[in-house]
Design a protein around this ligand. Structure first.
Ligand code: ATP
Length: 374
């Protein structure tokens, strides 16, 4: 078992800072996801932890109590001695070895007993649904099967730290869902530290104990998945995480009048909502604060009849999705997306009344940072 610590780590490629002054403490036994759009520096971070990339003369990297890289005192431990398991998107299986031998390779080099090797390979192959493929050669497998062999080959070594770079990207959506569950189970069973790179926010939310959201080489937020979802640190995280995408409005936060010092009123486009539990951001004092307001689609209140705190809109479009319905609703000059979990029994252009759940309103200041965390 081992924790991983990056202190002020930077990696430049020419003028591009692929990773920019990254501080990250990955707890022993956690399942940490590096999440962000293409090019944000996820893979470069993973490669620096693995030792496949060297930081640009700054910072330190620690694995457990070993410093594996230090710019100031010249420490550098090569990849093979870092005792990590690596699975990358592009995996290289030995073409002349069967699936069994590909998976068993590391155990055989370690001179484990034959019966033990057969048991371990069989167990991991069952978990990854490749138990009936053990006698085939890689060129007789689909891309998804090859990818699972690559994962099995690493898992069978029971590494204390497992680095996975988009390992499920070649799998179809059903298998990907199954494999997420298997990896999560495996993590619970082995308690190994897993660092998992993905640009898929659903993958990050469903699998991780902690999510590190990155953009342009910088860490945006590092918290558990539910906090990242409900309390995004800034507009980037709010926008990147969630499907359908969060709705943004221009708005203003003002102190609520009834009880001085307690509660705020947020206007978001045409909508107004009072939040009793929130206080004005200290910097704003008692002055109205211009904000960008974020509302997730499931945080609207949608009604076919008028009600307190609701404003009238009209149905622009209805998208049924089995267990939920996505409603595009025109409110004033804007079209918002709301999710409801029962048949709204509405038609296009029907009037509809919309409000916002107060406890779910997210307000961001002009620089895009979250203010008024309820
Ligand atoms: P993806 O999801 O597309 O794999 P990523 O978030 O993993 O993206 P990185 O691969 O870490 O991003 O790349 C970060 C930035 O560094 C990008 O702008 C990329 O073009 C650049 N970069 C990465 N590797 C190199 C390299 N070897 N030479 C030059 N630039 C590089």
């Amino acid at each position: 078992m081992a924790s991983i610590v990056l202190k002020n780590v930077t990696k430049r490629f020419g003028s591009v800072a692929a990773v920019d002054k990254l501080d990250l403490e990955i707890e022993d036994g956690s399942f940490t996801t590096l999440l962000g759009p293409s090019g944000c520096g996820k893979t470069t971070t993973l490669r620096m932890i693995a030792g496949l990339e060297t930081p640009s003369n700054e910072g330190e990297i620690w694995i457990g109590d070993r410093c594996v890289y230090s710019a100031s005192n010249g420490d550098y431990i090569p990849p093979a001695q870092r005792k990590l398991g690596l699975v990358f998107q592009s995996y290289a299986l030995w073409p002349h070895l069967t699936v069994f031998d590909n998976i068993a390779f590391g155990l055989q080099i370690g001179k484990q007993a034959k019966a033990e090797i057969v048991r371990k390979v069989g167990h991991i192959a069952e978990i990854l649904y490749i138990g009936d493929l053990l006698q085939r050669f890689p060129n007789e497998l689909s891309g998804g099967q090859q990818q699972r062999v690559a994962i099995a080959r690493v898992l069978v070594m029971e590494p204390a730290v497992l680095l996975l770079d988009e390992p499920l990207s070649n799998l179809d959506s059903k298998l990907r869902m199954d494999m997420r569950a298997e990896l999560k189970r495996l993590h619970a069973e082995t308690k190994s530290t897993i660092i998992y790179v993905t640009h898929d926010q659903l993958e990050a939310l469903t699998m991780s104990t902690k999510v590190a959201v990155m953009n342009l080489g910088k860490l945006q937020q590092y918290e558990d998945p539910m906090s990242v979802y409900h309390f995004p640190a800034n507009t980037f995280t709010a926008d990147f995480i969630g499907n359908p995408k969060i709705n943004f409005f221009q708005g203003v936060v003002t102190p609520a009048r009834e009880l001085p010092g307690k509660g705020v009123v947020v206007t978001a486009g045409e909508l107004t909502v009072r939040i009793d539990d929130a206080t004005m951001p200290p910097a704003a004092g008692h002055n109205p604060l211009p904000v960008k307001v974020g509302v997730r689609s499931e945080d609207f209140v949608v009604s076919a009849s008028p009600g307190e705190g609701l404003v009238q809109g009209s149905v622009y479009s209805i998208l049924p999705a089995g267990s939920q319905w996505y409603l595009k609703i025109r409110i004033g000059g804007e079209i918002v997306t709301a999710t409801v979990y029962h048949d709204p029994e509405l038609d296009i252009d029907d009037p509809v009344w919309v409000g916002v759940k107060p406890e779910r309103v997210k307000c961001f200041d002009q620089s895009g940072e979250l203010v008024c965390r309820v």
